[in-house]
Design a protein around this ligand. Structure first.
Ligand code: ATP
Ligand code: MG
Ligand code: MG
Ligand code: MG
Length: 540
């Protein structure tokens, strides 16, 4: 492509409101533009990379026998009523009303929709298992959209769903998916970790998150320095059981000691969990939570403001979060250390029927603690959640009456798994890992163009002629070439080239008449004079 004809609005200045490297560089390099808070356009360069990520995803999904379909972003509210999530999901779910007064959700996720599609068809064990996926825009009205594509309100997600007649069959698909995700993120060049995560209110037991390692990441990963053990450290939830805890807040002072939680109590519990170590922190509900400050071991705010409610929220307006029943089971072992004032820590023992007791000797899991698997010691790192795989079980199939007949002709709920990848977030995660101060340095598998051909002075006949020849030659050799033949100052061209970040730069300048150009790798920067005849070897 000739650069003069492309829409690449690079920016010299650093945009004031861009707080992360990826956000800054994606804006400055002309990859994306913001249209509203958390809502972005992918410009031609950015969209090229998105499509390359999608191609990798499609190849790996197809490779494990998952079938691609495309479901609407606009989903009838009735489906969300069937599972109760219309009320439970909270303000993150974007809703709209059509001219006839019918309500719709803008898809935040697709469990309801896919279950409604397959429930009439997948009616026999003979048709199982089945695996389906889509790459579709998702909408979540995030309280704090930020860091560009990292936390958007409209974003691209790959979501896959599998259907089974046994736990073993689900397990098999789960691990196939897990390994496909590993291959996808490896092919994207990402440094990442697959970590044990919490299934929260989504239900099910097993779940792993894929975390791209980056300082800006909002998650903290605890991993062993000498084994594969890795877990997401940070979880937050509010206690709710079907009938034990409901309604208005109970002042904390009233729940110290060994006291049963009263019927009309709503508590906010923030807890940390790794496989063996769980921390529970109860704090007051209501607006007062905004006054609470507690830092986690890495110094980040542990407790977000109340409005961080998400799909597990029961009181969307108040932002109270619900702890899934199954999560209670994890809360066996508790240790915290008291760092903040105005907080009371409690230990929750699930076997004691929700009785809670004051726990004074409190301690977080620390770096250097022995790893739960006995190999090595715990280290911490920051991660960006780029994907997650879940064993859902029968939560959705039961709620939506999606059953199949087993070999004995008995109707049973389908067993499900669901699997997400944040496609647009992955683009940002790659930026966080592949850049320097001047701009992007794209990995070969994803770069928008392989070669950036730069004509220093296009008004010079020799330079133009040689550039044209090289452009044709590279193109014929199958390289994707961006040719900067713009009538701009060299400084502007080089700065733009750094921002755009193609791995190879071929610079046609003063020595064009002698058939000599300069060859540089975006990463090393050093320019090497090269005879045109030797270019082909050098470029590859
Ligand atoms: P987070 O914890 O960051 O809010 P999530 O756990 O709510 O993410 P999932 O429901 O697991 O997200 O969705 C699957 C994937 O979609 C995530 O792993 C992430 O990569 C991506 N994703 C989720 N929310 C956003 C968002 N607001 N912007 C961009 N990508 C997102
Ligand atoms: Mg979320
Ligand atoms: Mg998450
Ligand atoms: Mg997740």
């Amino acid at each position: 492509m000739k650069q003069s004809q492309m829409f690449i609005p690079t920016m010299k200045e650093t945009p004031a409101d861009a707080e992360s490297v990826s956000h800054r560089l994606l804006l400055r390099g002309g990859f994306i533009r913001q249209n509203a808070a958390g809502v972005y356009s992918y410009l031609p360069l950015g969209y090229k990379i998105i499509k390359k990520i999608e191609t990798i995803i499609r190849e790996e999904m197809d490779g494990i026998g998952s079938q691609e379909l495309l479901m609407p972003a606009m989903q009838p509210a009735e489906l969300w009523h069937e599972t109760g999530r219309w009320d439970v999901y909270g303000p993150e779910l974007m809703r709209l009303k059509d001219r006839h007064g019918r309500y719709f959700a803008l898809g935040a996720t697709g469990e309801e929709l896919i279950t409604s599609l397959i429930r009439d068809y997948l009616n026999s064990y003979k048709k199982l298992p089945m695996s389906l996926y889509q790459i579709q825009t998702k909408f979540r009205d995030e309280k704090r959209p930020r860091f560009g594509l990292l936390r958007g309100r409209e974003f691209i997600m790959k979501d896959a769903y599998t259907f089974h007649d046994s736990a073993e069959s689900l397990d098999k698909s789960y691990w196939e998916m897990y390994h496909a995700y590993c291959r996808i993120f490896e092919r994207c060049g990402l440094k990442y970790r697959a970590v044990l995560a919490d299934s929260g209110a989504i239900g099910g037991k097993d779940t792993h998150e894929f975390q791209a390692l980056a300082e800006i990441g909002e998650d903290t990963i605890a991993y062993s320095d000498s084994s594969d053990y890795a877990a997401n450290l940070e979880m937050a939830a509010v206690l709710d059981t079907d009938d034990a805890i409901k309604g208005k807040a109970l002042p904390l002072e009233k729940v110290s000691g060994n006291q049963e939680i009263a019927q009309d109590t709503a508590l906010t519990a923030h807890w940390f969990k790794t496989r063996t170590d769980t921390v529970v922190v109860f704090i007051k509900t209501g607006d007062e939570i905004n006054d609470v400050k507690i830092k986690n071991v890495l110094g980040t705010d542990l407790i977000e403001p109340l409005e961080t409610s998400n799909k597990d929220a029961i009181h969307p307006d108040k932002g109270v979060r619900v702890l899934a029943d199954n999560a209670l089971k994890h809360l066996a072992q508790t240790s915290v250390y008291n760092e903040a004032e105005n907080l009371t820590y409690f230990h929750l023992d699930p076997d004691r029927d929700l009785a809670i007791e004051r726990y004074d000797d409190l301690r977080f899991i620390k770096e250097g603690d022995p790893s739960p698997d006995g190999n090595g010691v715990i280290k911490f790192a920051r991660g960006i959640e780029i994907g997650q795989v879940f064993k859902l079980g029968t939560k959705y199939s039961e709620a939506m009456n999606a059953t199949y007949l087993d070999a004995d002709g008995k109707a049973k709920p389908l067993i499900m798994g669901c699997y997400g990848i944040g496609v647009s977030r992955t683009l940002s995660a790659i930026c966080e890992q592949y850049h320097d101060d001047e701009g992007m340095i794209w990995p070969k598998s994803l770069t928008p163009f392989t070669i950036h051909l730069i004509t220093v002075n296009p008004k010079n006949e020799e330079q133009l002629k040689l550039s044209e020849k090289l452009y044709t030659q590279f193109s014929n050799q199958g390289y994707d070439v961006l040719w900067d033949e713009r009538k701009e100052r060299p400084g502007v061209k080089f700065a733009d080239s750094e921002l755009i970040g193609c791995p190879v730069q071929v610079i046609v300048g003063k020595k064009a008449a002698d058939q000599i150009v300069e060859l540089a790798s975006r990463k090393q920067k050093e320019r090497i004079e090269t005879k045109v005849g030797q270019l082909s070897d050098a470029v590859t």
